[in-house]
Design a protein around this ligand. Structure first.
Ligand SMILES: [Zn+2]
Length: 66
């Protein structure tokens, strides 16, 4: 089963959450403080800093160069 790591943006604590693939709704709350703003940590990458993975698609439409 896939276990994802999340980090609370409020108390900065990292917790693990088992998430099923079938579940579409991502209702994640911090088990420490109950904050809903948590960010997903991608394991395998050692990228420091704040990488916002909330928006994958850039708002600009002309990104194709053919
Ligand atoms: Zn928290």
């Amino acid at each position: 089963m896939p276990i994802y790591e999340y980090r609370c943006q409020k108390c900065k604590k990292v917790f693990e959450k088992i998430q099923r693939v079938a579940e579409g709704g991502s209702r994640l709350v911090c088990p420490h403080c109950g904050n809903k703003k948590v960010e997903k940590l991608v394991s395998g990458f050692s990228s420091k800093g704040s990488v916002s993975s909330s928006s994958c698609n850039p708002p600009g439409g002309s990104s194709r160069f053919t």
